[in-house]
Design a binder for this molecule. Structure first.
Ligand code: CNA
Length: 235
């Protein structure tokens, strides 16, 4: 049992719930995370922080493109019970979500920008930086380069070395929350990992993750499977 009576009570009593999520909410949908034992970062020849950097997009774009095609793109993946329950609560006006995920599964579960911040963008928004033109996924899957002029295509994700999206809005959402629930993230990537510093003194903070996290003492940690947690949670 991961959801104790006290935890259920916390959800029942809260009006402004904020979920801060990472790759662990999508593993159940068949998308690997980065840092687990089966994660994408295992066995790489290049440092992942370089491979997924803006510098690598400039210097080794074809290697980066192949890596992303092979490891990050899962266009057929479907949202799971975690995305669904977060979306239900958001649609009832009781929750918002700030995610590091770039897989669009929260959008597929029904969330839109007024309840969702995709802090690291989306793999499925593609464009040519040279002129900002939108490119289809089908075209990008065929080639890194636009057919008519060979302009380089990129996804609108936050590469290492770039700024995340909607940072000040995310900070406001953290400040306004009375319950913050961190789910499925190793909290290794900044500035996302620093968002908790903006939590209101009265806010309650929960972290649900397979492994224990380096978080302040005020955070109540639930070490376990997020799927089980959301199955047990009555929301
Ligand atoms: P991470 O560093 O790979 O951490 C994931 C965490 O989730 C780990 O601590 C795991 O133990 C935990 N975890 C995995 N499965 C479960 C589960 N079922 N229940 C509970 N916990 C679980 O990934 P982060 O999200 O922390 O790192 C941030 C990066 C990863 C962001 O820039 C993302 O864009 C990027 N990423 C995104 C996706 C995606 O969009 N689905 C996939 C892989 C990586």
């Amino acid at each position: 049992m991961l959801v104790t009576n006290d935890i259920q009570q916390l959800f029942d009593d809260s009006h402004q719930i904020l979920f801060l999520t990472g790759a662990g909410v999508s593993t159940l949908s068949g998308i690997p995370d980065y840092r687990s034992k089966q994660g994408v970062y295992q066995g790489l020849d290049l440092a992942p922080e370089y491979l997924l950097s803006i510098q690598a997009f400039d210097e080794i774009p074809e290697i980066q493109y192949q890596f992303m095609q092979d490891n990050l793109y899962f266009p057929k993946a479907k949202p799971n019970i975690i995305h669904q329950k977060m979306a239900n609560l958001a649609q009832a006006g009781r929750a918002k979500v700030v995610t590091q995920n770039i897989d669009d599964l929260d959008v597929k579960a029904g969330l839109s920008d007024n309840h969702l911040i995709r802090f690291h963008g989306s793999l499925y928004h593609l464009y040519t930086p040279v002129d900002g033109q939108a490119i289809s996924l089908a075209a990008y899957q065929k080639s890194l380069y636009r057919a008519n002029d060979q302009a380089k295509i990129r996804p609108a994700i936050t590469f290492y070395g770039e700024e995340p999206y909607r940072v000040s809005e995310a900070i406001d959402w953290v400040r306004q929350a009375d319950l913050i629930v961190v789910v499925g993230t190793s909290l290794q990537v900044y500035p996302f990992a620093g968002l908790l510093e903006y939590a209101n003194n009265q806010a309650k903070i929960l972290a649900v993750n397979l492994t224990a996290l380096p978080v302040p003492a005020r955070v109540h940690q639930v070490v376990g499977d997020a799927r089980q947690f959301f199955e047990e949670l009555q929301i």
